[in-house]
Design a protein around this ligand. Structure first.
Ligand SMILES: C[S@@+](CC[C@H](N)C(=O)[O-])C[C@H]1O[C@@H](n2cnc3c(N)ncnc32)[C@H](O)[C@@H]1O
Length: 325
């Protein structure tokens, strides 16, 4: 099995050869589970570091078989470390020892790296933290969407909701947005977002950061008569708010989310809506745009596909870009 595993990893690298050869980008997904013939296994490269996700109950091979093959891969690519993320079936009940493992600077393979590494993406730079939980700070499936936002942002007032570490915010600012407003519930992620601005030589003081629930922000922005020309909505599938105690379920809130954003968009404004919920079909996103924009005219102007390192699984994440008149 280990020989065929090496062959599958070789094939996965070959499929991504153009991306691996692109020195403007060193953050990419090297293995995308079933699509690369490796169910339950995801491997991402972040600069000098690999992050391997092992999905419980879906892996076709045991860890003992995986380990030498992934160590080979690390050596071949000349990288420093591999951090392992174990995904249990029920994310709501992460055992405490697993939480600790994901915060451990000691890697699964190779030598420890510093708590944050800086990666390149289409010439922009992003801070990634390989051992601070499940997510390391950059969702790679949005690489081309960030590039598109960078192209669309020139001269526009941009609002990035659910901004997380500010991937879209940085892209917009780098593309020449007049101003970028980033909204997120988490103070920590907003600080990370500012660090990403600074890492790209963009002064965060020229932009605004709001620690807020998105719906609360909509109300406040409406009161303050804020207007935008480009809004990015890339929400989580599910989240829990503490004050007020409430759950956010994307499938239930999609139209309201779009509707609130549209009220802040000037005529001719653009909306990028993304969802990584498999159950939400592309058509549902399109319907939500039309319903949320009503009675204003809306048209879907782009349906970006996933980047080449996310092959064979179009339901993984969906994006539409709309124009609202
Ligand atoms: C999956 S991440 C979003 C990814 C992000 N758009 C990107 O470009 O990488 C989810 C983010 O939404 C934030 N969040 C969740 N619920 C929220 C809410 N109701 N209002 C504002 N932010 C929220 C979380 O703190 C987290 O940073």
């Amino acid at each position: 099995m280990s020989h065929s595993l090496d062959l599958l990893l070789d094939a996965a690298l070959a499929r991504r050869a153009p991306l691996l050869a692109d020195n403007r980008t060193d953050a990419l997904r090297l293995v995308h589970g079933d699509a690369d013939g490796l169910p339950g296994l995801v491997i991402e490269r972040y600069g000098d570091v690999l992050v391997a996700q092992l999905h419980e109950g879906r892996l076709a091979v045991g860890e003992d078989t995986l380990r030498p093959a992934i160590e080979n891969l690390r050596r071949r690519l000349g990288l420093r470390a591999v951090y392992k993320k174990s995904f249990v079936r029920d994310r709501g009940h992460v055992a405490p020892d697993l939480t600790e493992v994901h915060a451990d600077p000691t890697p699964w393979l190779g030598d420890p790296v510093e708590p944050q590494v800086t990666v390149r993406e289409n010439g922009l730079r992003f801070v990634v933290r390989p051992y601070e939980g499940f997510a390391v700070g950059l969702f790679l499936e949005h690489r081309e969407n960030r590039r598109r936002v960078r192209e669309l942002a020139a001269g526009r007032r941009v609002l990035n909701c659910f901004s997380y570490t500010g991937g879209f915010s940085v892209a917009a600012a780098a593309g020449g947005a007049v101003v970028v407003h980033s909204v997120d519930l988490s103070r920590r992620y907003l600080e990370w977002c500012k660090a990403n601005f600074a890492t790209n030589g963009i002064d965060p003081a020229d932009h605004l950061f709001f620690r807020s629930d998105v719906f609360e922000f909509y109300k406040r922005a409406t009161r303050q008569k804020r207007r935008y020309d480009l809004i990015i909505l890339d929400p989580p599938t599910f989240s829990r708010l503490r004050r007020p105690d409430r759950t956010f379920i994307l499938a239930d809130e999609l139209e309201r989310l779009v509707g609130g954003g549209v009220t802040l968009l000037d005529p001719g404004g653009m909306l990028l809506l993304a969802a990584n919920d498999r159950r939400l079909a592309m058509t549902r996103l399109e319907e939500a745009v039309a319903a949320g924009a009503h009675p204003r005219e809306s048209s879907i102007i782009e349906r970006p596909s996933l980047p080449v390192d996310f092959p064979g699984d179009p339901h993984y994440s969906k994006t539409v870009i709309a124009r609202i008149d």
